[in-house]
Ligand binder design. Structure first.
Ligand code: GRG
Length: 298
């Protein structure tokens, strides 16, 4: 990152990442075009594209230079978008605005939104498998697909969401909240960075270190999300504020208070940057990205 203005570079890399993701989207056509349209609408709606960006930056950190990362970048954004579609459903957070647009269920109906979430989720696996066409290490691609599935499923994001939904309206002890955050938000960030590291050629010890760093980023990211739900506004966030209060959710802010929450974000993100600095290689953009993620305003 030579003489880089971080904001400009972030814009440029976000555009590059989006072009890669977009190149893997299925055409909206055929008898099932309604569900394809709902998938397409939700993924094109915007968003920061953080997960594929973190994946690519971690891949570069370990010296990765090929194209086998690209299907995985698209896959992780598909999974993330599928989780947002389902998270907004009336049976979950019942939200009507996402990424500044009507949510998928508002636009396409409850039935099509469920199917669009399912469709994106499984199309992500079909997409990730395309990495075999670009790689001479099928063993790594197979392992990366395993990580992707595990961190998405009941031992990852879906597991965390289960506990989150079950405990809505009930008091949650700190360690359970920690479990929810590590899984529902942290797991996909872990998958993103671990897959980048694995395909980039990281050793087993390095892979573990990356998982730990990403887990910290996930925790700080979710606490910041809780903070923004109270302090920001719908125009900036592109989604409703006070969604947690509406759904009687215990969050880090309701449990520990705003000041403690802000201090936790600072502390945990500094720990994540320290983890990054212990890894071999240098990626100043990634370091700045981690700082930006947790200090973000949307
Ligand atoms: C898809 C089968 C299936 C299940 C989904 C609903 C669910 C299970 C999980 C919800 C996970 C969730 C939405 C966690 C919150 C994570 C979070 C803080 C999301 C916001 O991420 P950003 O800020 O969003 O990166 P953008 O819009 O920028 O991409």
């Amino acid at each position: 990152m030579k003489n880089m203005n971080f904001e400009d570079e972030l814009l440029k890399r976000t555009k590059d990442v989006w072009e890669i993701v977009e190149s893997f989207l299925p055409a909206v056509e055929g008898h099932q075009s309604t569900v394809l349209e709902a998938m397409d609408y939700s993924i094109r709606a915007g968003g920061k594209r953080l997960r594929p960006m973190l994946m690519r930056e971690t891949y570069c950190l370990f010296g990765g230079m090929g194209k086998e990362i690209e299907p995985f970048m698209a896959a992780i954004e598909m999974i993330h978008t599928s989780s947002l579609i389902h998270d907004d459903l009336p049976c979950m957070d019942n939200d009507t605005l996402r990424r500044g647009l009507p949510t998928a269920w508002v636009k396409f109906g409850y039935d099509m939104a469920v199917l669009a979430g399912d469709g994106l989720l499984i199309y992500s696996m079909e997409t990730a498998a395309k990495a075999l066409d670009f790689s001479d290490r099928p063993d790594r691609v197979a392992r990366a697909m395993g990580i992707l599935a595990q961190k998405t499923g009941i031992f990852g994001m879906i597991g965390g969401q289960t506990v989150d939904v079950e405990l809505a309206g009930k008091p949650i002890p700190g360690e359970k909240l920690d479990f929810i955050y590590r899984l529902k938000t942290g797991a996909l960030l872990e998958a993103s960075m671990m897959i980048g590291a694995l395909l980039g050629g990281a050793s087993e010890d390095e892979l573990k270190a990356v998982e730990e760093m990403a887990s910290k980023i996930g925790l700080a990211f979710q606490i910041q999300d809780d903070i923004l739900d109270v302090t920001s506004n719908a125009e900036v966030l592109g989604k409703p504020v006070f969604s947690d209060e509406k759904n009687n959710k215990t969050t880090y802010v309701t449990l520990e208070g705003m000041e403690q929450a802000k201090m936790a974000v600072e502390r945990i993100s500094a720990e994540a940057v320290a983890c990054l600095q212990k890894l071999p290689g240098e990626n100043r953009f990634l370091e700045e990205l981690i700082r930006m993620l947790v200090n973000r305003e949307k």
